[in-house]
Design a binder for this molecule. Structure first.
Ligand code: XMP
Length: 319
C-alpha cells in the first residue's frame, strides 16, 4: 500500500524529531492500535521504547499470554507484563454503575502504570495509540455537543502527573488505515484484522457488579462465539462481535431437572468507524448452533439471546 508506506516513513521521521534521545513508555492493551503504535515506535527509536502491559484481569481468555508472546518473542520489544487483576477486581467489588466502573478502572490503570513506569526508570514521553475518531469522540459525540455518553478509558491524566509529553503517532488515522499500517509493518494478518476491544475490557460486558466467577463464565462463552464466527468465515465481515453476561438468572430444563442460570447476550455489528453501527444479520441456524454450544459447554449459562439493536439508538457495548 503506497499511502501507508509513505505514512510510515513520515511518521518515523516525526517520532524521531519529537523524541530525540528521550525515553518513551507505551501501554499495550492487546488491541490493534497500541500494538501498531508500539511497533512503529520501535522501528523509529528502538530500545528507547519500553512497553508496559497492565493486565487488569478484564482481558479475554489467554489474552495477556498471547500479547506477551507476540511482543517478546516475535518482535523483541522490551515489555513489562504486570498482573494487577487482584487489585482491579477488589476495587470493582460491588460497583454496578457503568460510569463508576469506567472511572475506577481508568484511575487505577493510571496508578499501576505510573508505578511500573517508575520501576523501569521513568520516561520522557508517553506513547498512545489514539486514533482520529478517539480525538473527535472525546470532544463531542452523537448524543449532541457536550454530552458525555461514556467516559473513554485512556491515560489522559498521566502525562501531566508524571511530567511526560505525549507521542500519538496514529492521531490522524482511522481504524482501517491503522490496519493497513499494521500490515505494512509486518504484523500478522490475524492480529491486524482483530475486532476492537475496549480499554475497560470485560468489565463493561458484565452489566452490574463484577465477580471473578462471572468474568470466567463470560470468557468461555465469548471464546466459543468468536471461534464459531471464525470457523464459519464471518469474522472479517463483522466490525466487532462479543458476548455479554447478563445479571439475570432464568429458569431452564436440562434432562429431568430444573436449572436456574445466567443469560448470555451475543452482540455483533458492522460499522465503518464505531460511531454508528448496524447489528449483524446472522443466519438463525448459526445463532442456534452457537447457543447450543455455549449452553452445553459453559457451566452457569442456560439461555442465550441475540442483540438486534443498531447504533444509534444502542451503543455497541452494553455499558
Ligand atoms: P460504543 O459502546 O460507545 O463503542 O458504541 C464504540 C467503540 O468504542 C469501543 N469502546 C471503547 N474503547 N475505551 C476504548 O478504548 C473505552 O472506554 C471504550 N468504550 C467503548 C467499543 O468497543 C466500540 O468499538
Amino acid at each position: 500500500d503506497w499511502t501507508m508506506r509513505a505514512f510510515r516513513e513520515e511518521a518515523i521521521e516525526k517520532i524521531r524529531a519529537q523524541v530525540g534521545k528521550g525515553r518513551v513508555i507505551c501501554g499495550l492493551s492487546g488491541g490493534v492500535d497500541s500494538a501498531v503504535a508500539a511497533v512503529l515506535l520501535h522501528e523509529a527509536i528502538g530500545d528507547q521504547l519500553t512497553c508496559v502491559l497492565v493486565d487488569h484481569g478484564l482481558m479475554r481468555l489467554a489474552e495477556a499470554k498471547k500479547v506477551v508472546a507476540m511482543f517478546r518473542d516475535s518482535y523483541n520489544i522490551p515489555l513489562v507484563h504486570v498482573d494487577a487483576s487482584d487489585t482491579f477486581l477488589k476495587a470493582l467489588e460491588g460497583v454496578d454503575d457503568p460510569e463508576v466502573k469506567r472511572k475506577t478502572i481508568g484511575k487505577l490503570f493510571i496508578d499501576v502504570f505510573e508505578a511500573e513506569a517508575k520501576k523501569v526508570g521513568g520516561a520522557d514521553f508517553l506513547a498512545q495509540g489514539t486514533l482520529y475518531p478517539d480525538v473527535i469522540e472525546s470532544v463531542s459525540f452523537t448524543g449532541g455537543p457536550s454530552v458525555t455518553i461514556k467516559s473513554h478509558h485512556n491515560v489522559g491524566g498521566l502525562p501531566a502527573r508524571m511530567n511526560m509529553k505525549l507521542v500519538e503517532p496514529l492521531r490522524e488515522l482511522f481504524k482501517d488505515e491503522v490496519r493497513a499500517l499494521g500490515r505494512e509493518l509486518g504484523l500478522p494478518d490475524m492480529f491486524v484484522g482483530r475486532h476492537p476491544f475496549p480499554g475497560p475490557g470485560l468489565a463493561i460486558r458484565v452489566p452490574g457488579a463484577i465477580t471473578k466467577e462471572k468474568l470466567d463464565i463470560l470468557r468461555l462463552a465469548d471464546e466459543i462465539y468468536i471461534e464459531e464466527i471464525r470457523r464459519c468465515g464471518l469474522y472479517d465481515d463483522i466490525w466487532q462481535a462479543f458476548a455479554v453476561l447478563l445479571p439475570v438468572k432464568t429458569v431452564g430444563v436440562m434432562g429431568d431437572g430444573r436449572t436456574y442460570e445466567y443469560v448470555v447476550g451475543l452482540r455483533a455489528v458492522t460499522s465503518v468507524d464505531g460511531m454508528t453501527a448496524d447489528f449483524y444479520p446472522f443466519d438463525m441456524r448459526f445463532l442456534g448452533m452457537v447457543a447450543t454450544r455455549i449452553i452445553n459447554e459453559v457451566k452457569g449459562v442456560n439461555r442465550v439471546v441475540y442483540d438486534v439493536t443498531s447504533k444509534p439508538p444502542g451503543t455497541i457495548e452494553w455499558e
